[in-house]
Design a protein around this ligand. Sequence first.
Ligand code: ZN
Length: 242
Amino acid sequence: MKIALISDVHGNLEALEKVLRDIEKEGAEKIHFLGDAVGYGCDPDECVQLIKSHCEIKLMGNHDYAAMGLESIESFNQLAQTSIGWTQEKISKKTMSTLADLELDADFLDFHLVHASPSDPIAWQYLLNVSQAGPEFDHFNGSICFVGHSHLPTIFTQDNEGAVMKSIKDSWECAPDRKYIINIGSVGQPRDNDPRACYLIADIDARRMTYRRVEYDIKRTQEKMKKAKMPDFLIERLAAGL
Ligand code: ZN
């Protein structure tokens, strides 16, 4: 059985539509969403509705949480603050109530899902290196924790003696005697210098994970953002994958 995991769509409708098409082509039976439906992009309502209709598990990200007014936006950088303010003005009541139904974390089969870190889902901690990820292995049951948040595809592996290492591969088989924290990358705003939308296919029976990279019409997204008078850097970063 193949499962698709998507995260950090950030209101980028063109990227999300292309990824949903790719998932269909890949034959995944279910899609789970790891948070940040809104923020940065121009089409939060459309993205939230597509996520609602296509995804089984739907998690809350820090941008969704902030757009709902559940957190002060002072901890966000200036660009994120601007985009959250824009999103709050733009989203419909229907979108707001869909966001309110998002969960903070979830389990399915042998896997744990959370937007940022399993130890405290609303601390919104980034897991960028071994010292940040290491202690998090004690905070989930099962063999694999899937996360989003940093927009950087990353694999943390813990061996049976507790040692943790960081790696990145396009496709690999998860060993049955290891634990993993896997960042699935971002659909709507990749930051690993590859501008193509990123998501992960998990082939459950084979324990094989594969990152998918999907081209989409970045120029069209950028033009919409220009019209909406979004900050230049948010527009430019999409083409560079920053
Ligand atoms: Zn994000």
